[in-house]
Design a protein around this ligand. Structure first.
Ligand SMILES: Nc1ncnc2c1ncn2[C@@H]1O[C@H](COP(=O)(O)OP(=O)(O)O)[C@@H](O)[C@H]1O
Ligand SMILES: [Mg+2]
Length: 226
């Protein structure tokens, strides 16, 4: 579904020049679950940002379902991301003054699909927050806030979920619960690309890639009893 071909990203110029990604190529099949590891500064976030259209590549190409998406304009990108690609961040990025329900409704309102509260209730229940719809972020635990963020990512029915250290702020138990949720979403057929520092989490994916200095230094397929 997703093909990344020879992607290079260079930030800055002269002495400030940083090669954040150096000719990275990767194929993501439908239903794949890839963990991305590597030291801090190795290019993991840059990689996800370029796939998600939050950042522009310097050279190379990104193809989604046979169409180039790295050279699209802002509006087209928004259209593509809205439908197919969703993002989950380490820091949740919820609006503090809105309830869980309202945070999840927001993308529906923005894309003009109308505020379908029933749909959002179903999704909140899906992520285990059926009884938290009226809570604001400050009234929720970190794990619960991340569930809201995941619910918000799910409203568009994405086939690919990009997650940048989604369990990075959590204790191990909470992180594992969030991982279980991602595994369920993967079993439903959604592809997942997840950055993680935890080897325990990474080994529950289907593949692990490791970045170092902007290059993929290893790709491993995991044999799993699921
Ligand atoms: N907006 C930016 N401007 C300049 N350099 C950047 C920018 N974003 C990231 N970098 C640099 O690119 C490299 C990769 O960063 P990043 O993708 O955030 O790594 P990771 O997520 O693996 O920690 C780092 O050296 C970082 O300093
Ligand atoms: Mg990062």
């Amino acid at each position: 579904m997703l093909e990344i071909n020879n992607v290079t990203k260079i930030y800055g110029e002269g002495t400030a020049r940083v090669v954040a990604l150096d000719r990275v190529s990767l194929k993501v099949e439908d239903g794949d679950f890839i963990a991305i590891m590597g030291p801090s500064g190795s290019g993991k976030s840059t990689f996800l940002n370029i796939i998600g259209g939050l950042d522009r590549l310097t050279s190379g190409e990104v193809m989604l379902d046979g169409h180039r998406i790295d050279n699209l304009g802002e509006n087209e990108l928004v259209d593509i991301r809205r439908g197919k690609i969703a993002y989950v961040f380490q820091q949740y990025h919820l609006l503090p003054s809105l309830t869980a329900m309202e945070n999840v409704l927001l993308p529906l309102i923005f894309c003009g699909n109308g505020a379908d509260e029933q749909k959002v209730k179903t999704i909140l229940a899906r992520v285990g927050l059926g009884k938290r719809a009226e809570h604001k972020p400050s009234q929720l635990s970190g794990g619960e806030q991340q569930r809201v963020a995941i619910a918000r990512a799910l409203v568009s029915g994405p086939s690919l979920i990009l997650a940048d250290e989604p369990t990075g702020n959590m204790d191990q138990k909470t992180g594992n619960e969030i991982l279980e949720l991602f595994k369920e979403l993967n079993k439903e057929g959604r592809s997942i690309l997840m950055v993680t520092h935890s080897a325990d989490i990474a080994k529950q994916a289907k593949h692990i890639i490791t970045l170092q200095d902007g290059q993929i230094i290893s790709k491993a397929a995991l044999q799993l009893v699921r």
